[in-house]
Ligand binder design. Structure first.
Ligand code: SF4
Ligand code: SF4
Length: 499
């Protein structure tokens, strides 16, 4: 059933950003060498099953651990294991299997037991295919199967939310992901997930402005009483689990835990397509579609690349190196800087954004309007100049100055806390229960307060500092919410996130 258009208080609409990825998929050649991290997405590190010198096939499982919450890891190329080493990978030390490719063909070893007629498979066979494909490690809750791929079993899933809202400044194209045959495959993937989580109600959350897609979804789901479609306002950070749960289910989120702890599993569209391919084609999840966006990117396309491909291989011809730029992974507001382009992509990469580096201090830059700039004070420009592209750089609002108490940060905060007040407490060294009374632990670290602040106060950094100092004093954020929820899988979740 199609539900009415929904949104939430606060948030921010990022409209007309320069350099979105065109709805085109470019498939790169097989890289000559890949580095496969043995921890990708949801779950714990897995143990390698191969050693140096072993010959491996693309799609072959090279690491797994059936006793912990995790998902198997595959080789993404046909080749020879060159090394297994531990290295820094986005603030973690992770074991990597380095494989030298020996075969430029795109052949992939299939997982045994798959069937195009998936309705004839048992639930256990379906869950095994999902687990063995590695797709179960996607998103924050994983995909529950009886093979320890999530912190709750499939029968505990009450709600399955599948989202393609796209509220970031740059997003992977929904139209591209659900184009033609892929839309039908997506629906089959949804049916497979419903089959293995029989007690769940399925909610499809999509960008409310994607009218054509919504019409097609409504048509295809006409006889599915277990499925609802929610057109959502594409307002950041609507795609966060903490916002999807209250917006769709009208239910509180257990801050500090995951949606799975209250029986909700949230997946993106690529994960559902991956489920379809695993069950009906036996395809392991060894390729990822990554959107290349931003003004410093020369080619704005979606690239289909093998997991383990070095960032440099993907970006070498596509990044404008004539001027300094900053390359950011997955989110312009909260993503990690990609300083080392020798690092590989893993299953969780969805977009790479490159913006010009601008270190020049511009006095009172926020007072100088211009269609190419974005700030909370100028959102009206998007309405009056819909064609004007905003051009983000690393110096959005000039230099840091004292707070002018404009309350923009409070206005946009999606969890209704008061960032400027909390920031002042932290900067004055007041680290006590006052911070908890003002719900500092509810912050979902979306970074919106720092973005809209016209005087460029790093509010999110201050809030994170407050979190850390409270934790050092023995205040555990999870203790604040435990009395209000009947949470499942708490111990497993602690094991996965190392709380
Ligand atoms: S306080 Fe936290 S949740 Fe609120 S806008 Fe800032 S980063 Fe986002
Ligand atoms: S947005 Fe910046 S200047 Fe405005 S109240 Fe918040 S901290 Fe102060």
């Amino acid at each position: 059933m199609l539900k009415p258009f929904r949104g939430f208080r606060g948030g921010y609409k990022f409209i007309n950003y320069d350099g979105p990825a065109a709805p085109v998929i470019v498939e790169d050649d097989i890289p000559s060498r890949v580095m496969i991290p043995l921890r990708q997405g949801f779950g714990q590190d897995v143990k390698p099953l191969v050693k140096k010198g072993d010959v491996v096939a693309a799609g072959q499982i090279i690491a797994r651990d059936d006793h912990t919450v995790s998902s198997p890891v595959h080789s993404s190329v046909n080749g020879i294991v060159e090394d297994i080493k531990r290295m820094n990978y986005f603030k973690r030390v992770v074991a990597m299997v380095v494989i030298c490719s020996q075969d430029p063909s795109k052949e992939i070893a299939r997982i045994p037991g798959y069937s195009a007629e998936w309705g004839k498979l048992s639930n256990e066979e379906i869950e095994k295919l999902i687990y063995l494909s590695g797709v179960s490690s996607l998103d924050r809750e994983g995909i529950p199967t009886r093979f320890k791929s999530s912190i709750i079993p499939p029968e505990d899933v009450k709600h399955l939310i599948i989202h393609g809202v796209g509220s970031e400044p740059y997003n992977i194209s929904l139209e591209l992901l659900l184009e033609g045959r892929r839309l039908l495959n997506f629906f089959e993937g949804v049916k497979i997930l419903k089959r293995i989580t029989p007690k769940s109600h399925v909610h499809l959350a999509v960008n409310g402005h994607s009218r054509r897609i919504i019409e097609q979804l409504v048509k295809l789901s006409s006889n599915m009483e277990w499925l609802d479609i929610y057109p959502l306002e594409p307002k950041y950070p609507q795609g966060y689990d903490e916002m999807l749960v209250p917006t769709i289910l009208n239910q509180k989120f257990p801050y500090g835990y995951s949606a799975a702890n209250i029986g909700v599993v949230i997946l993106n569209i690529q994960a559902v397509l991956g489920v379809y391919e695993a069950v009906t084609e036996g395809k392991p999840f060894i390729e990822r579609i990554v959107a290349l966006c931003g003004p410093s990117m020369k080619e704005h396309v979606h690239v289909k690349a093998r997991v383990g491909t070095a960032l440099g291989d993907i970006l070498s011809k596509r990044l404008d190196t004539s001027k300094p730029s900053r390359v950011v992974l997955n989110s312009l507001l909260t993503g990690v800087n990609l300083n080392d382009l020798t690092l590989p992509i893993d299953r969780t990469f969805s977009q790479i954004v490159a913006i010009p580096e601008n270190k020049d201090r511009e006095f009172l830059s926020f007072t100088r309007p211009g269609a190419g700039r974005d700030s909370y004070t100028r959102t009206f420009l998007a309405k009056f100049l819909p064609g004007a592209k905003k051009r983000p750089d690393t110096n959005q609002h000039g230099e840091e100055r004292p707070c002018v108490s404009c309350a923009f940060c409070e206005d946009v905060c999606p969890v209704r806390i008061i960032p400027h007040l909390l920031s002042k407490y932290v900067k004055r060294g007041i680290i006590d229960e006052t911070l908890m009374n003002y719900d500092i632990f509810n912050c979902i670290e979306c970074g919106l307060c720092s973005f809209v602040c016209p005087v460029k106060i790093p509010l999110l950094a201050h809030l994170k500092e407050g979190h850390e100092k409270l934790m050092q004093q023995g205040c555990d954020r999870t203790q604040c919410i435990l009395p209000y929820f009947d949470l499942k899988g708490i111990e497993e979740y602690r094991g996965v996130t190392k709380l």
